[in-house]
Design a protein around this ligand. Structure first.
Ligand code: F6R
Length: 598
């Protein structure tokens, strides 16, 4: 994963780079580093730890110069250590490189370079890059040397390169995100525009095999054929949400509380811009591809589309879809859901769909991200920047888009008339207030602190709420490191029930739908085996309350809209349980927000 940034302009580069890597820290946070050019030399500081921690120790602002590169790491090759932290430097100390991606043929390249006398200081795949460039940089044509080195690389890379003897930033990409920010007499290049959006909204999105050379202006060339490419500068249209926590202790809590506004914004945006949905009419079949929380939104999307539109929907993990030689053709619609738009598996799945001539819609939260650039249409969720590594508000905004899209398909297929649709939208518009009511329930904190003391837990739901149970289990695992199983409630008897022991917390979504009485029996089965039942119920449901240890109430809504409400207690349980266990809520161990490697 990793976040990379480069700067060239009239300001002190270390200050811009430090701010940039802080904004990119969600992409990886096991080590950080910055290198600048000053007085004809490379100045470098790097170490293991979070940005603030390392900065406190090393004081990055001591680095001088107007050109530099920065990196925040999520390790793939080589443990987190000072040596493995980026930037990596050539043996002659003239070239520094930051990299995001994986160089798959690094072993072979390393052996070749070692045989030629080059010395390696790290265990990373990245270090082959500065050494290869050094090897080829003999004829005073640095750009050519970089191209020659990049052509030798297999795998994925977004790289930014500086050379102490040249006042230029050079950057290139293949299968890893990279964008150029064009300011007034200054340039930024980074994995994601959040690194520089405070300084400029004008962006050039780099495509695979493109290399940019930045001096007083910029030039983009294709590294495979050396052709110069004329690219347009695009203006970012998405709101920049400040990376401030405000009065909240964690971004996760702030983002959970932003959900009423985010859902409202998404509804209003698509009602105002309903032409965005108009390209899509009749499809024989819809396939949804996504990972993690976005995949669970996809499972709910299946329920919504199949119930409302009666078109068959298949949902696949992006990582599985690509390798199973999926049966798709030009009569299918593929929907790729991704908060970041940079998840490598989802991008690969989307590519596969495009190769097989299917129509591709992206549901995405990040303007201009790689996924949106390959989609026929992007339906942008209006969640604003999501910083907490665990996804929360992106999930509910994805649900809003999926629900509105289902209504749109119902309308054009004449399955619902205007009046019926308006009735559904009216119910949808009530969601923000209903969400606020759940968010103000102080009991959820207490329930989490009191009940989640065991190392195992189970989350159950049925129908459209079954994926919410899966999401509840995922959130708890990520944030509190408690093992959690999500399951359809009735499946419990077929295996998971063996896990139930005294005082093990079992969260059950038991709202009043057609499986209500079946779930009630499932609760009895767990209770008789000693599990602690935390039920998510409709207001004043005494029947379930009488057989539960705890209840969390949600207001009544349309059956298909319940996930918007039932997921909130799940998110809050994960948050407060993690807090109670002193976990690093916004940066859980081993995770990164944007999984840009397969
Ligand atoms: C869980 C979480 C991840 C992401 C997954 C996909 O809290 O955040 O499971 O949902 O990595 O990411 P996107 O949606 O960016 O493709």
């Amino acid at each position: 994963m990793c976040g990379i940034i480069g700067y060239k302009g009239g300001k002190k580069s270390s200050a811009i780079l430090l701010e940039g890597i802080k904004n990119l820290e969600y992409r990886g946070y096991d080590s950080v580093g910055i290198a600048t050019i000053y007085d004809g030399k490379i100045e470098l500081k790097k170490d293991v730890g979070r940005v603030d921690e390392v900065n406190k120790k090393l004081n990055f602002l001591e680095l001088n110069g107007f050109i530099g590169i920065g990196h925040t790491r999520w390790s793939t090759h080589g443990k987190p250590s000072k040596e493995n932290a980026h930037p990596h430097i050539s043996n002659d100390y003239s070239i520094a490189v930051v990299h995001n991606g994986i160089i798959e043929n690094y072993n072979e390249l390393r052996k070749e370079l070692e045989n030629e006398g080059f010395k390696f200081k790290s265990e990373t795949d990245t270090e082959v890059i500065p050494l290869l460039i050094e090897k080829y940089n003999k004829k005073n044509d640095f750009e050519k040397a970089v191209i020659k080195a990049l052509r030798r690389l297999e795998g994925s890379f977004a790289v930014i390169i500086i050379n102490k003897d040249i006042d230029k930033l050079i950057a290139a990409r293949r299968f890893s995100p990279l964008m150029l920010g064009v300011g007034k007499d200054e340039f930024f290049i980074a994995s994601d525009s959040t690194a520089f959006i405070k300084h400029t909204n004008d962006i050039v999105f780099m495509e695979d095999d493109e290399m940019v050379i930045i001096d007083d202006g910029f030039k983009i060339v294709n590294i495979t054929d050396n052709k110069i490419i004329d690219k347009k500068i695009e203006h970012n249209r998405i709101n920049y949400y400040s990376a401030e926590k405000g009065n909240y202790r964690h971004f996760m809590l702030k983002e959970i509380h932003e959900q009423p506004r985010v859902v409202e914004n998404t509804i209003n945006y698509f009602i105002k811009n309903n032409s965005l949905l108009h390209n899509y009419k009749n499809f024989n079949r819809i396939l949804i591809v996504a990972c993690g929380t976005s995949y669970y939104a996809g499972l709910i999307g299946k329920f919504l589309i199949e119930s409302i539109v009666r078109i068959p929907v298949e949902v696949d993990y992006s990582s599985e879809f690509r390798y199973k030689d999926p049966i798709i053709n030009n009569t299918d619609l593929v929907i790729a859901i991704s908060q970041s738009g940079e998840t490598a598996d989802t991008i690969a799945a989307a590519k596969e769909a495009k190769n097989k001539k299917a129509k591709l819609i992206a549901i995405c939260n990040v303007f201009g991200s790689s996924l949106t650039r390959m989609a026929d249409t992007t339906l942008y969720t209006q969640a604003g920047t999501e910083i907490g590594v665990a996804s929360t508000k992106a999930f509910t905004s994805q649900l809003a888009v999926l629900y509105l899209f289902s209504l749109h398909l119902a309308k054009i297929n004449k399955l619902m008339n205007e009046k019926e649709i308006n009735k559904k939208i009216k119910l949808m518009k009530k969601l923000p207030l209903q969400m606020k009511k759940i968010l103000s329930n102080n009991k959820i904190k207490e329930i989490s602190e009191k009940n989640f003391l065991s190392n195992n837990s189970v989350f159950l739901g049925r129908g459209v709420n079954y994926p919410v149970a899966l999401e509840g289990a995922l959130k708890l695992k990520e944030i509190s490191y408690i093992h959690a199983e999500g399951s359809p409630a009735a499946e419990l008897k077929h295996g998971h029930i063996a896990l139930i022991e005294k005082d093990m917390p079992v969260v059950v979504i038991a709202v009043k739908d057609k499986t209500y009485y079946k779930i009630k029996s499932n609760i009895e089965e767990i209770k008789s085996r000693g599990g602690k039942i935390i039920s998510i119920v409709n207001e004043e449901d005494e029947e379930i309350e009488n057989i539960s240890d705890e209840v969390i109430e949600v207001p009544e809504t349309d059956l298909l809209l319940y996930p918007f409400l039932t997921v909130i207690p799940m998110q809050l349980i994960a948050y407060y349980t993690g807090l109670c266990r002193n976990c690093d809520i916004d940066k859980p161990r081993n995770l990164a927000k944007s999984v840009t490697v397969e």
